[in-house]
Design a protein around this ligand. Structure first.
Ligand SMILES: Nc1nc2c(ncn2[C@@H]2O[C@H](COP(=O)(O)OP(=O)(O)O)[C@@H](O)[C@H]2O)c(=O)[nH]1
Ligand SMILES: [Mg+2]
Length: 291
């Protein structure tokens, strides 16, 4: 099933035209040495990170504006992005606390990986912070210039992501070389796409048609002899898309079944790589909330 989600692109257009629009806020997250600072400078086009406040004056994230292809963005600036010469090694290592603060400031988190070492546990922990905070995510495979077997590297990454990060199934991977400024356009396009999906607002009629079909194809399992009944749903917020499901016996809806619904939403409404949240709500009268 395919259709154009007009609501979200319309909103995006409006935001873009507004003089107050500050652009998509991007955080570069990842382990030390994967190339975050190099990528930041490549995107900013100069050593703009040098103008950041001295460490110690503030630990709050600040956002550095930049323009890419005539569109404005903001890069969340962190100690981990600043030049090594300006700060000591201790705070160069982004702490978990700082990563969380950075992630919360961002719309889109770009998870930067070193393509030669790829997805280690620490990378996954960082990625999980971003998904738990409900951010939009793009995976950036940096140092692609050092990779010899591109196909094998991509296959390895895809397999690992599928197993370790099912909550962002279909997340966009972009292979870049920050050092040589390669494929940065593709990276920024992915950022825009991920942001658009994250902002998606699904019409109630389409959602309820989906719910009818999906529960008919595969009804919720019996719990202690009773079947939870899903009556209707609607989207209650964007960023990330959050769907409230109304019905009976909702607390009994098994986790597996919730994941089935989320995966089905992601497929049906073409939201790959997007965290989707469900809210389960009790409803006795199916017509109270319907419009
Ligand atoms: N070959 C290659 N080296 C890179 C690339 N990006 C960054 N590096 C190198 O990786 C090292 C760590 O980069 P840095 O930006 O400081 O990483 P950070 O700790 O994540 O900020 C530096 O020596 C960079 O020159 C790349 O695309 N290709
Ligand atoms: Mg750095």
């Amino acid at each position: 099933m395919t259709f154009v989600i007009q609501t979200s692109s319309f909103r995006l257009e409006r935001r873009r035209r507004s003089p107050l629009a500050e652009g998509i806020r991007i955080a570069l997250i990842g382990r030390p040495n994967v190339g975050k600072s190099t990528l930041a400078n490549a995107l900013l086009g100069e050593d703009r990170m040098l103008t950041s406040p001295e460490p110690g004056t503030t630990r709050d994230a600040i956002a550095t504006p930049f323009v890419w292809k005539e569109r404005e963005y903001r890069l969340i600036d962190t100690a981990g992005l600043r030049k090594k010469a300006r700060i000591d090694e201790k705070i160069e290592q982004m702490s978990v606390g700082e990563t969380i603060r950075t992630v919360r400031e961002a719309h889109v988190c770009v998870l930067v990986l070193d393509a030669t070492t790829m997805l280690e546990n620490q990378d996954l922990q960082i990625a999980r912070l971003a998904t738990e905070e409900g951010r939009a995510i793009v995976v950036c495979l940096n140092k692609w210039d050092l990779v010899e077997d591109a196909q094998a590297a991509l296959r390895k990454l895809r397999d690992r992501m599928e197993i370790s990060m099912p909550q962002v199934e279909g997340v966009i991977f972009v292979a870049v070389s920050a050092l040589h400024g390669r494929k940065l356009d593709a990276l920024m396009e992915a950022v825009v796409t991920a942001h658009e999906r994250w902002n998606t607002d699904l019409p109630a009629a389409k959602l309820n048609r989906w719910l009818a079909g999906v529960t008919q194809a595969h009804p919720p399992p019996l719990v202690r002899g009773l079947r939870p009944r899903l009556r209707f749903c609607r989207q209650v917020s964007t960023r990330p898309p959050t769907i409230a499901l109304f019905g009976s016996k909702m607390p009994d809806l098994p986790g597996d079944y919730q994941r089935y619904l989320i995966n089905s939403l992601r497929d049906t409404f073409e939201l790959p790589g997007t965290v989707i949240r469900l809210q389960l709500r009790a409803s006795k009268n199916p017509y109270v909330e319907e419009r």
